[in-house]
Design a protein around this ligand. Structure first.
Ligand SMILES: Cc1cc2nc3c(=O)[nH]c(=O)nc-3n(C[C@H](O)[C@H](O)[C@H](O)COP(=O)(O)OP(=O)(O)OC[C@H]3O[C@@H](n4cnc5c(N)ncnc54)[C@H](O)[C@@H]3O)c2cc1C
Length: 464
């Protein structure tokens, strides 16, 4: 006989495990099915282990610039195995944390590959056997995987996806990063700071293409200054792998192709949702460009089947997956949550320097027909930034000129990924420029630049 639950969650990433906990909190009997490691890509192969690596490269950067702070650091070096070990240990700690949370919330963890066999039924392959489960509600949170180049599949030796790039056995000497979204730029930043010769190639006209144009331009200039070669408007046509490296042929803006040798390639050209072999076709669940189509409560077109997270589409972010999961479970448990919306989801890139944003870029606000006021405050105008030795960057705010609505905020510089949440809260509370100007910011902090940027939009900046 099948084990029966109120809710089965398929996939235990930040979407799935958070949804499972919320379900348990609401009194549902919950099972979660995972084929690999609890915590999904985020904890094991994404958000967290990359931040552990980037912390290492940040400290290494400071050590190599110790003289700037009046310090002496000689014979600076590193042990790659220990760097990777630390990152894996951080992941392991969080994986164990999720295990503990499942236990605490009395959620049954079922290991294996799950497939929905009929409405309300799910079968889990475990080695040679299967376990059958039943539930009123089945929530698909199977996430996504790296997209391969069609002509050069990742082999883990010379051509890497993020999974390989996270656990290098050797430090690349000359690295080609294909794709300049957050993942590509974070790896480029890590390997560049660790001493590799890094090139980023991007098909679109600018790097970090979803960010505000001024942020992309700043990052291109700054990363170039830090030694990264950036080629935009260019496509990789061919990669030939040899014993000692790869030859990559890149077609540039002007249409000419050049071939260059690299020791390694990281392919960061996007993701493919995990929708295959989980029973969606048989049930007639609608997908759109590969992603499962859902409404604001994670409901698919088939009653009793829900989906959240990367498998439902952009933005492909952990906090988006978690929030979607909570909304979905609250609704299916009989609650009355606000439908999920994407208008106020922050996006962060944890490179050196960092990038963070929320809402409309200046260009998007104009395209939307808004009359706008723009404030921009540079790090060089902030005492704390100068004291930190991090005087490079800016904070830009975009307001609706008529209503004072904060349409968007865009930041580049040290620690901005920690600052952005201030504007996210402000937008959620529907704050206008008036309340932001009235707010007192602690001195000396980087957050004062958030105030100054708002003041600047109305011609009132004090320190610039
Ligand atoms: C290198 C990298 C860095 C990133 N950095 C950030 C960041 O800093 N911030 C951020 O917000 N996002 C980041 N992301 C994105 C983030 O990891 C994802 O958006 C997030 O993990 C999506 O969560 P999810 O729950 O939808 O799916 P996932 O985390 O992908 O989890 C899905 C889970 O489902 C399991 N699964 C799939 N199919 C089955 C099946 N049939 N049976 C059983 N189990 C199954 C998988 O094994 C997996 O564990 C990063 C991603 C990468 C690759």
């Amino acid at each position: 006989m099948a084990d029966t639950y109120d809710l089965i969650v398929l996939g235990s990433g930040p979407g799935g495990y958070v949804a499972a906990i919320r379900g348990a909190q609401l009194g549902l009997k919950v099972a979660i099915v995972e084929r690999e490691r609890l915590g999904g890509i985020c904890l094991n192969w994404g958000c967290i282990p990359t931040k552990a690596l980037l912390r290492t490269s940040e400290i290494y950067h400071y050590m190599t610039h110790a003289g700037d702070y009046g310090l002496k650091a000689e014979n600076i070096g590193f042990d790659l195995t220990k760097i990777v070990d630390r990152s894996r240990k951080v992941s392991g700690q969080l994986n164990a944390g999720v295990k503990g949370l499942m236990k605490k919330n009395k959620i049954t963890v079922v290991e294996g590959f799950g497939t929905i066999t009929a409405k309300g039924k799910l079968s889990v392959k475990q080695g040679n056997g299967t376990v059958d489960l039943e539930a009123r509600h089945i929530l698909v949170a199977t996430g996504a995987r790296a997209r391969d180049l069609p002509f050069a599949k990742a082999d883990g030796k010379r051509i890497w996806t993020y999974r390989h790039a996270m656990v290098p056995e050797v430090m690349p000497t000359k690295l080609l990063v294909i794709g300049s979204g957050a993942i590509g730029v974070e790896f480029a930043s890590f390997y560049n700071d660790m001493g590799a010769d890094v090139t980023i190639v991007e098909m679109l006209p600018r790097i970090l293409p979803v960010e505000d144009e001024e942020v992309s331009a700043f990052m291109e200039k700054r990363l170039t200054k830090d030694g990264i070669k950036i080629v935009t408007g260019a496509g990789v046509e061919k990669i030939d792998t040899g014993a000692d490296g790869v030859k990559a042929t890149i077609k540039g803006k002007d249409g000419t192709s050049t071939t260059e040798d690299y020791s390694h390639v990281i392919v960061a050209i996007g993701i493919v949702p995990n929708t295959e072999e989980i029973g969606l076709e048989k049930l007639g669940v609608t997908t759109e460009r590969g992603h499962i189509k859902v409404d604001g409560f994670g409901r698919t077109n088939v009653e009793g089947i829900y989906a959240i997270g990367d498998v439902t589409g952009a933005p492909w972010l952990a906090h988006k997956a978690s929030h979607e999961g909570i909304v979905c479970v609250e609704k299916l448990a009989g609650g009355n949550p606000h439908p999920f919306e994407t208008w106020n989801i922050p996006g962060c890139t944890y490179s050196r320097p960092q990038v963070a944003s929320v809402g409309l870029t200046e260009a998007k606000a104009k395209q939307a027909g808004r009359e706008i006021k723009v404030g921009k405050f540079p790090f060089i105008g902030n005492g704390k930034a100068i004291a930190l030795g991090e005087a490079d960057g800016f904070i830009k705010t975009v307001f609706d000129a008529k209503t004072g609505e904060l349409l968007g905020a865009h930041m580049v510089g040290a620690e901005v990924t920690e600052l952005i949440q201030g504007y996210v809260v402000a937008r959620q509370l529907e704050t206008t420029e008036h309340e932001l100007m009235e707010t007192v910011f602690a001195h000396p902090t980087l957050s004062e630049m958030m105030h100054e940027s708002v003041l600047g939009a109305y011609g009132r900046a004090i320190h610039f």
